[in-house]
Design a protein around this ligand. Sequence first.
Ligand code: NAP
Length: 246
Amino acid sequence: MMNDKIVLVTGASRGIGRAIAHAAAEDGATVVINYNHSETEALGLAEELRSRGLKAETFRADVSAEAEVQALFKFMRERFGRLDVLVNNAGIVGNNLLLMTSTEELDRIMAVNCRGSFLCLRAAAKMMMKQRSGRIINLASIVGRRGNRGQTAYSASKAFVIGMTLSAAKELGESGICVNAIAPGFIDTDMTRGLKEEVRQKLIADTPLKRAGTADDVAAMALFLMSDKASFINGQILGVDGGQVL
Ligand code: NAP
């Protein structure tokens, strides 16, 4: 059980982050639901959880903006005085062939997926090193390992997340902090709902389990990684992809 644990999930208004925040709160944690644009969804989730006696708060911050990340972690320090788990989930996708990918699109993806996750990792590490404990779970992707046609910029941003995870795990382990990443395959969320039906069917056909994953499939792995049962798991990139990586 996650009783008394303070869990911050970035990008928790929708999709995978929302499912992770939900699962952690159900398990007894106090969750902080970070969001950027989807205020109604974020406040609605917190309200739903609190109405059931669970513990949830919200904080708006664009993870790519350093001052906003500083404000988010100031809130964590002043409100709770500690941070047990950071789920570095906020992310955006870009689906364009290389020659169609503008420099602006590259910069947008890198700002959220790379700078955003790095800023949150660094701020969380600062709090956790003082406590000498903590768990950091980064959302990578299967495409950060395998690449994907039409996703050069996005795949590169997820390869960054993988490299960041491996190095941080080596550096922070001696402070009692575990850093791991989840590499989801094709998960049915707003991020993938815009894909053409033929692309969706191809992704399902490439998945040995012959279905898209759900946000709850990913949340189950995140909940395990933040639990006491995962206390010796560090520096791993864990696939939740129905075998698509094979
Ligand atoms: P999603 O449904 O599009 O949700 C994205 C979430 O990220 C939203 O809550 C959004 O918040 C938040 N977000 C985006 N930019 C942000 C920013 N600058 N600051 C703070 N929050 C921000 O995406 P998802 O499918 O749940 O994906 C979650 C993570 O899993 C991402 O890192 C993604 O790359 C990764 N992933 C997804 C898949 C998949 O198939 N779906 C596969 C592999 C990896 P607002 O709406 O409030 O702005």
